[in-house]
Design a protein around this ligand. Structure first.
Ligand SMILES: C[S@@+](CC[C@H](N)C(=O)[O-])C[C@H]1O[C@@H](n2cnc3c(N)ncnc32)[C@H](O)[C@@H]1O
Length: 337
């Protein structure tokens, strides 16, 4: 297991000295064309670039407190790394086509997108390749969709587990909370769920998810509805559902999923209430959630776990990592009534 990024160090880091995080070999490599580089050697340097990027700029606005310096650090990283990354992309076309090359190109493309400053860019369309299928996902801009602007690692991880059959959605009616761009819910739809309802609270995120359903030709298998967790908390458990909120009756879902849904103190209280409202009473009904273990939200995660245990039984707890994101630890929790 990889250790989590030390965000307290990030918070005090000075972007003027970030080049010292590269050793002389890294810097020498970055200043010479990657003509003879093997995929393996390229991957090592790409991983170091990512560590430095996360420490000073961060691709994850929920992890960093560095907002004041992040822009300056991003510019410096663009100056030091971008020309080399572009040449590496060029060089990669000469490598043998195999799994290692595919992995390096994946990391490289991610890094280039992040160095462009994803939070500052307009919509992008990305293709996510899973073992058995692929999804084409549009990500809106940060200015229009706030935190739902990108596809988050936890969402991709849960989608991978579904794709690989580790999480079974076949023939189930699935509710996704805080679905963002929709990668996880749409994977459920592809993996044989009877019906998947993607929900979020943000109008631009919901609109974008609808477009992603159409883009992936999943209109018969998936739907989008507004479901604001705060609405659930402020309405009575038997409240009549409404078109503009959520047209499904309480306790009507045998599987509820969520990824990266705890990043404000109130979420720790709200999400368990939403699950309690909509999870069916049958004993096999499950809530499956994948969370990135961000140091910054440690207290909220602990609150969330304790609030869940007041209503549900913890069936399974598993630590996970993503190859593409070695500095972040994830956790999958499965609850039943
Ligand atoms: C970090 S993103 C994760 C998105 C997606 N699950 C993924 O992994 O890519 C959190 C999502 O929760 C949604 N969200 C935040 N507060 C919410 C609320 N009160 N009700 C419903 N959704 C909410 C945001 O709009 C955003 O799409």
């Amino acid at each position: 297991m990889n250790s989590a990024v030390d965000t307290s160090a990030s918070a005090t880091a000075n972007c003027d000295d970030f080049e010292s995080d590269f050793n002389p070999i890294h810097l020498a490599t970055l200043s010479t064309p990657p003509r003879r580089l093997t995929p393996g050697a390229a991957l090592l340097l790409l991983q170091q670039i990512r560590i430095v990027f996360e420490r000073y700029v961060t691709g994850d606005p929920l992890r960093s407190n560095l907002n004041g310096n992040a822009d300056a650090a991003l510019k410096q990283m663009q100056r030091v790394c971008s020309p080399w990354l572009i040449r590496l992309l060029d060089r990669s076309s000469e490598w043998e086509e195999n799994e290692e090359t595919e992995q390096v190109v994946g990391v490289l493309s991610d890094l280039m997108a992040q160095l462009c400053g994803r939070t500052a860019t307009a919509k992008v369309i990305r293709t996510w390749r899973f073992k058995s299928t692929e999804l084409v996902i549009q990500e809106p801009s940060f200015s229009e969709a706030d935190i739902g602007f990108q596809t988050w690692g936890a969402g991709v991880l849960l989608a991978q587990l579904i794709d690989e059959g580790a999480v079974n959605v076949k023939d189930k009616v699935v509710l996704e909370l805080g679905s963002g761009t929709g990668v996880t819910g749409l994977l459920c739809a592809k993996a044989g769920a009877k019906l998947t309802i993607l929900t979020d609270y943000h109008p631009a995120v919901l609109e974008n998810a609808k477009e992603n359903i159409v883009r992936n030709q999943l209109s018969s298998e998936a739907q989008v509805h507004a479901l604001d967790w705060r609405w659930v908390a402020s309405s009575s458990p038997t409240a009549v559902t409404s078109e503009d909120q959520f047209p499904h009756p309480p306790r009507s879902f045998e599987l509820i999923i969520a990824a990266d849904c705890i990043f404000e103190a109130e979420h720790a209280k709200l999400v368990p209430m939403v699950v309690d409202r909509y999870l069916s009473l049958t004993p096999k009904s499950e809530f499956i959630v994948v969370l990135p273990l961000r140091e910054r939200w440690k207290v909220e995660f602990a609150d969330f776990e304790s609030n869940m245990l007041q209503r549900f039984r913890l069936e399974e707890k598993k630590h996970l990592n993503r190859e593409e994101d070695p500095n972040m630890d994830y956790i999958m929790l499965i609850y039943r009534r």
